[in-house]
Every structure is written in structure tokens, then in C-alpha cells.
Design a protein around this ligand. Structure first.
Ligand code: C2E
Ligand code: CA
Ligand code: CA
Length: 577
């Protein structure tokens, strides 16, 4: 069973390579038969013209009919040449056979019929035979050479098993044909240390042994499935498995390969044990394209390495991808922190008469390649991996330093609003951090505002309340951010020592869709006022929204209509104007 499969797989790869080299492509079969028929007809014409004593008149000239025999003889020889050039072995042997049948007939007509006109035709045929024989055998030499090249292109030189290109081709063909399969990525564990401690020869020996073991399992048929093994790079191998009935069965098949690798190796007279990490993804369930199925099995393999908990085999799941994105983003954040690529922008806030109230500091990260990453992408990750306090700290220092400097110079009354994540707020030295911020920047406490999201009231109200009260007592302003998205109860809200309520953009977006939405926002505004808070609407973009908000008593707005987040130098222009 397995042999049959291997031949089939090799044929798939062979066909691809043939297509790449443009080899094996022939003109259609009917042209071959056309050449055969043309050959036969021209020969009949040759023999009847060669023996004819007649003449044909062209105006004043008359031409002997037998002189046309040479023309037709050349055409028939050309047919044979075309056959052997374009139809390989079949064309050559057919052409040769036709010539060999024709030759004795011509000789017979010369000897018995004393038809001397046919003598040049005999030489023509002999010449054609020589020419096609030369072309055919030379072409065969080139074909063999090309075949060798093709073999090299799909074979891994070190181990002799198929290489990454061959694996990709097989996966590509299977996905094109919609044939289910599992792609398994196998990576040896601690291979680098074998190379480092025992040398490259030992490393190579391990790779060759591993390839041999994997190949032996695949070819033995003991797995009961159709398996194809290749080496894709360094210490990485690929396994393409077809014909399993259930995921459990597939898992058991992969275990057989795992066990094969786990057996003892003997290298340079040393006995050692090697293990490998197996990650796999199923087509089409876990990835429905060539790229996704391969990258997903790589992700699963990397997860095995990362966890390193003794479990060698893992199937790809969606959350691994999330994990991968999270890890990537985490490293971007770390690199930005280490390389001073965290910066701030300032979005202006205005009262309803368009007078500047202050700015909200918004964090940005510049990636290595210079692209800007928005907080929507990195803040949730920074919160998850415990880096948010670092980011906040940088923004506080940079934006605080900038606004503090400005206040010192101009005595301006602008407010600086800074965001704090719940996790950061809960850190035991948060209050110290803010006190020192006020000290170092010289911003008066009542010109600093801390924005805390409404969700804090649900998550950890008791502890948070303590911190918030302290800030409030220090004279710092408190804003309840994203108001309306959480479910804070009215009783908590009334005790909350806030100054400002920020209505979430989602409500402003819906403001013009109907009377109910308008009344809802009006309700929030009057509730805020009842509690003694000012109210600011976030995300105001249109004139009509502004008009409605003015009418229903909103105090401030922050939105693209009057100001997008600005670079500090642009914000400064806005203050001094
Ligand atoms: P947020 O605190 O609600 O900030 C307002 C967000 O709304 C900002 O997005 C701002 O650019 C955007 N915005 C303001 N007006 C408009 C408008 O008219 N139209 C539209 N389409 N958007 C508008 P940004 O800067 O992407 O910030 C997203 C969130 O990231 C912030 O929401 C905040 O929760 C968080 N964040 C930003 N900087 C920091 C920071 O330094 N520390 C912490 N902990 N969180 C931050
Ligand atoms: Ca905010
Ligand atoms: Ca907000």
C-alpha cells in the first residue's frame, strides 16, 4: 500500500517539475496522425510522379512531372523529422519504421522497374534516418540530464529524502484537489546543543538517522495511513498523512513517529537520546490554504517547544494563533519600551463655545519599521502581560513634562487628562507615582485629570475606591471614562468622587438615529449633573451631533469635529493661538 502511495506522490511532484521545465509537453495526438497520413500520401504521390513520363505546361514552359517527385519526397521526410522531434520515442520509432518500410520498396522499383529517378530519394531517406537518429539520441541525453536535475531539485542532499520544495508541492496539489490530509511539522529538541557539543558531523549523523527512521516508518505501512516524509530545513521535518479515519487515529500515527525518534541513537560511539516536537494541522479543518495549513502546524509545533511540558504532540487550535499574535505584540511593546518608541499624542477637549479645556494624552507605539501601532491593538496586550504600568508611566512622564513646561511658561489653565488601566491603578505605588509626577512636572493638581473606565466599578470597586478617593483628596480631577458601556449601579455612582463623566463614542454615534437615542444621551447628561459631574461627549464628528449636544446641555466635547489627536508641537500651537 505504502509503495503505491509513494509512487503516486512522486508522480505528483514529477508532473509539477515537468510543467516547470516545460518538458513532456507535446503537440496534440491528432497532429501526430496528421503527419503519418501526410507521409503516406506524399509517398504515394512521389511514386506516381517519379514514374510518370508526362509534362505540365506553365504558359510557354512545360515541366516534366517526375521533377515534382523530389518536392514531395522532401515533404514526406519533413513529416518524419517533425514526428521524431515532437513525439519523442514514439515519434522516432514510428518515423524510422515508415522509412524502413519505404526504403526496400523504392529499391525494388529502382532495380526491377529501372526507375532511376528514385535514386536521389533513397539518399534522402537515408539522410533523414541518420538525422532523426541523431536528434533522438541527443534529445534522450538531454532528457536524462534534466531528469537528474529534477531529482536534485526535490531531494534533500544530506538525507536523501524529499526536500521542503517537494513537501510544498504535495501539499499544494492536495489542497488544489481538496483532498483531506494532516500536515505535521517535526522539529528536533535541543539539536543546537548536539551540534555545539559534539560537532557538525554528529549533528548530520543525527539528521540522517532521523530521516531514515521516519522514512522507514512511512514505507513500512505499519501506520495504516498514507504517509510522506521530507526534510524542510535544518532540524525540521515534515510529514503529510492521508487516509486516517478519526483524529484519534491520526494522533496514534504521529505517536509511532515520535517513538521512532525517541529510540536510542549511537553517534561517534556515544549513545544518546533525541526527542522532537510535533505540531500538526488538518486540511481543511485547521487551515484551508497551503500557507495556513503549513503555518498553523508550525504554530502548534512552536507551542509544544514553548510549553516544554513533556507533551510532544499538539494539534493546532484557534487560540494558539491568538497566543502567537499576543507574543508578537508583546515583543513589539517590549522593544518599543526599550528603544524609546513609545510616544504620546494630545487630543483637545473644548467647551461648547469652542474654548479649549485641555488635552487627553493618548499613547502610541512606533514599530521598528516606523509604522504606528494604535492603543486599541497594544493596550489590551500590555494589560494582559503586565506592561501597562510601564506604558502609562512613559506617557505620564512625557505628556506631563510637556504640559508642565507649557504651564510654567504661560500660566495656562489647560487640563491634562491621563488614562489609567485598572491593573495599574491597583499597584501599591500608584499614588506615589502620581505625587512624584506632580512634583517633577510642576503641574498643579487641579490641572491633572485621571481617566478611569467605568468598568472599575464592577471589577474591584472597594480597593479602587480607596485609591480614587486619595487622588481626589490630593485635588486631582477624576473622570469616568467610556461611561454607559459598563453596568455601574446608581448607588455606586453617587458615591464616586468624580468630576467628569465621559459619554462613550458609541452613544454619540447613535445620537442622530432617532428620538430614543437622543433622550438616552440627554438622560445621561442630566444624571451626571444631578450627581454633580460635568459631562463630556467623546467622538463627536458631525455638526448635527454638536447642535443636539449643545441643546441637551452637554458641557464639553472631544472629537474629530474640532480636533484629532495631535503631535505635541501642533497641540502647542493650538494653546498659544
Ligand atoms: P479612550 O480613552 O476612550 O480615548 C478616546 C479614543 O477615541 C482615542 O482613540 C481617540 O483617538 C478616539 N476618538 C476621539 N474622538 C474621536 C472621533 O471623533 N472619532 C473617532 N473615530 N475616534 C475618536 P485611541 O487613541 O485609539 O485610544 C483608544 C483607547 O486606548 C483609549 O480610549 C484608551 O482606553 C486607551 N489608551 C490610549 N492611551 C492610553 C494610555 O496612555 N494608557 C492607557 N491605560 N490606555 C490608553
Ligand atoms: Ca480616555
Ligand atoms: Ca473613552
Amino acid at each position: 500500500m505504502s509503495d503505491k502511495v509513494h509512487n503516486k506522490d512522486n508522480r505528483i511532484i514529477e508532473t509539477t517539475l515537468n510543467n516547470m521545465y516545460d518538458a513532456g509537453k507535446r503537440p496534440p495526438e491528432r497532429i501526430f496522425w496528421f503527419l503519418v497520413v501526410a507521409y503516406l500520401i506524399t509517398n504515394v504521390v512521389v511514386s506516381s510522379t517519379a514514374t510518370s513520363g508526362g509534362t505540365i505546361s506553365f504558359g510557354e514552359h512545360s515541366i516534366q512531372v517526375y521533377t515534382f517527385a523530389g518536392v514531395f519526397s522532401s515533404i514526406s521526410n519533413m513529416c518524419v523529422i517533425f514526428m521524431s522531434v515532437y513525439y519523442g520515442k514514439k515519434g522516432y520509432w514510428s518515423g524510422l519504421t515508415l522509412l524502413l518500410i519505404q526504403l526496400p520498396l523504392v529499391l525494388l522499383s529502382i532495380i526491377k522497374g529501372h526507375n532511376l529517378n528514385s535514386i536521389p530519394g533513397v539518399f534522402g531517406s537515408l539522410l533523414t534516418m541518420t538525422a532523426i537518429t541523431f536528434v533522438y539520441f541527443n534529445g534522450k541525453k538531454i532528457d536524462n540530464y534534466q531528469k537528474k536535475l529534477r531529482d536534485v531539485a526535490v531531494t534533500d542532499i544530506l538525507t536523501g529524502i524529499p526536500n521542503g520544495f517537494a513537501c510544498d508541492e504535495l501539499v499544494n496539489t492536495l489542497t488544489r484537489r481538496n483532498e483531506p490530509f494532516a500536515n505535521v511539522t517535526i522539529n528536533l529538541n535541543a539539536f543546537k546543543s548536539i551540534n555545539d557539543t559534539m560537532g557538525f558531523d554528529a549533528g548530520n549523523q543525527i539528521l540522517m538517522d532521523t530521516a531514515y527512521r521516519l522514512k522507514s516508518v512511512a514505507e513500512s505501512g505499519e501506520t495504516g495511513t498514507f504517509d510522506f516524509v521530507g526534510r524542510t530545513s535544518g532540524d525540521e521535518f515534515s510529514l503529510i498523512i492521508r487516509g486516517y479515519k478519526t483524529p484519534d487515529e491520526l494522533y496514534k500515527v504521529i505517536q509511532i513517529y515520535d517513538e521512532a525518534i525517541n529510540k536510542q541513537y549511537t553517534v561517534l560511539d556515544c549513545d544518546l537520546f533525541v526527542s522532537a516536537s510535533f505540531g500538526y494541522a488538518l486540511y481543511p479543518e485547521d487551515g484551508d490554504t497551503l500557507d495556513s495549513v503549513i503555518s498553523h502546524s508550525n504554530i502548534a509545533m512552536n507551542e509544544v517547544k514553548r510549553k516544554n511540558n513533556g507533551n510532544h504532540i499538539l494539534r493546532y487550535t484557534e487560540d494558539l494563533n491568538q497566543n502567537k499574535k499576543l507574543i508578537e505584540m508583546e515583543s513589539k511593546i517590549r522593544s518599543a519600551i526599550d528603544n524609546d518608541r513609545v510616544f504620546f499624542m494630545l487630543q483637545p477637549q473644548f467647551d461648547m463655545e469652542h474654548r479649549l479645556r485641555g488635552f487627553e494624552a493618548l499613547a502610541r507605539i512606533k514599530d521598528k519599521d516606523g509604522t504606528i501601532i494604535n492603543p486599541g491593538d497594544f493596550i489590551p496586550v500590555a494589560e494582559k502581560v503586565g506592561l501597562i504600568d510601564k506604558i502609562d508611566g512613559i506617557i505620564y512622564k512625557k505628556a506631563g513634562g510637556f504640559i508642565g513646561e507649557h504651564i510654567k511658561k504661560t500660566g495656562s489653565k489647560v487640563t491634562l487628562s491621563i488614562n489609567v488601566s485598572v491593573m495599574h491603578l491597583m499597584k501599591k505605588d500608584f499614588i506615589d507615582e502620581i505625587s512624584s509626577l506632580l512634583r517633577t512636572t510642576g503641574i498643579p493638581a487641579d490641572q491633572l485629570e485621571v481617566e478611569i473606565t467605568e468598568s472599575v466599578m464592577i471589577e474591584s470597586l472597594e480597593k479602587a475606591m480607596d485609591r480614587i478617593s486619595t487622588l481626589h483628596m490630593m485635588g486631582i480631577k477624576i473622570a469616568i471614562d467610556d461611561f454607559g458601556t459598563g453596568f455601574s449601579s446608581l448607588s455606586y455612582l453617587s458615591e464616586f468622587p468624580a468630576n467628569l463623566l465621559k459619554i462613550d463614542k458609541a452613544f454619540i454615534d447613535k445620537l442622530l438615529t432617532g428620538e430614543t437615542s437622543k433622550q438616552y444621551v440627554a438622560g445621561i447628561i442630566s444624571l451626571g449633573h444631578t450627581m454633580g459631574f460635568d459631562v463630556i461627549s467623546e467622538g463627536v464628528e458631525e455638526d448635527e451631533q454638536l447642535e443636539v449636544l449643545q441643546r441637551i446641555g452637554c458641557n464639553y466635547i472631544q472629537g474629530f469635529i474640532w480636533g484629532r489627536p495631535l503631535l505635541p508641537e501642533d497641540a502647542e500651537k493650538l494653546i498659544t493661538d
